[in-house]
Write a protein that binds this ligand. Structure first.
Ligand code: G1P
Length: 292
């Protein structure tokens, strides 16, 4: 079966970016000139996804407005002949069908995914976490869908992390069975570095079989007192094979400050209109720091 639907959980509070996120969803923080969530939606579309459901929460209206028409703004840009900007403003609303559901209580990622079960129905689906922006030649999700089509089994997008970092991630245990491809034998959410079975971390991309919903329905709280998707996938793995794929590309964590700054610089450097000026600026900053 083809993977056509994706869930983007976006109900998190964004406490790491306060006060910026007091009145604005963290998913709307701009990276260069596009909100972070638009990069995620574009990755999904460029991977062949046809329908997206965003799981929102309180105070997330701006996300819905962003992917909607903005009549007055569009009229204003037409009157002023600013057609380039008009195109940019209209693009998000034309991209794909986006649906919304509210997660009424902040019960964790597993619960957020479960909230979208009726929209997904009985077919395989993707999950893309908004904090993980992946810069790659072939979209990360597309790489994973190709693996799914080969194995018809749930696939977790992973990359190696340093030992000091394992406690920030869901960690996968299992042997490599071919290039970049692992057979998952165990999973643990945010382990201490002494109990982590490996350094292979889940990086916010999943293709899951719908059986996960039956498991999520029964899943109790895990790490941090939240219903964890990692725990449910560990249980799914008791019934059917789950694989992990070490995708190609650089992953940035825009959910924390340094990752956000790095992503902004990297993506600005990929823009022809900004690259030269930014490189000159960065070189001058480095010179200044070295000279003291
Ligand atoms: C979530 C998942 C975790 C995964 C991480 C990737 O954690 O629970 O398994 O490794 O995203 O970014 P969070 O960062 O939302 O706490």
């Amino acid at each position: 079966m083809k993977v056509k639907k994706a869930i983007i959980p976006a109900a998190g509070l964004g406490t790491r970016f306060l006060p910026a996120t007091k009145a604005m969803p963290k998913e709307m923080l701009p990276i260069v000139d596009k909100p972070a969530i638009q990069y995620i939606v574009e990755e999904a579309i460029n991977s062949g996804i046809e329908d997206i459901i965003i799981v929102t929460g309180k105070g997330k209206r701006a996300i819905e407005d962003h992917f909607d028409h903005s009549f007055e703004l569009e009229q204003n840009l037409i009157e002023k002949g600013k057609y380039d900007l008009l195109d940019q403003v209209q693009k998000p609303s034309k991209m794909v069908d986006i649906h919304y559901i509210r997660q009424k209580e902040p019960k964790g990622l597993g619960h957020a995914v479960w909230c979208a079960r009726k929209f997904i129905g009985d077919e395989p689906f993707a999950v893309l976490l908004g904090d993980d922006i992946i810069i790659s030649e072939k979209p990360c999700l597309k790489q994973m869908i190709e693996q799914y089509e080969r194995y018809n089994a749930s696939i977790l997008g992973v990359q190696m992390v340093g030992t000091k970092e394992v406690s920030r991630y869901g960690i996968v245990d299992g042997p490599v069975i071919r290039d970049r491809f692992y057979n998952v034998e165990g999973l643990i959410e945010k382990p201490d570095k002494d109990e982590a079975p490996s350094n292979l971390a889940i990086m916010g991309r999943y293709i899951l079989n719908p059986k996960i919903f039956d498991i999520l329905a029964m899943q109790g709280p895990g790490s941090g007192g939240e219903i964890q998707l990692t725990d449910a996938v560990a249980k799914l793995n008791q019934y059917e094979a789950v694989y992990a794929y070490d995708f190609e590309g650089i992953r940035y964590d825009v959910g924390e400050k340094m990752g956000f700054i790095q992503t902004t610089i990297e993506l600005a450097l990929q823009r022809e209109d900004l690259k030269t000026e930014l490189m000159d600026y960065l070189a001058s900053v480095v010179d200044r720091q070295l000279i003291g």
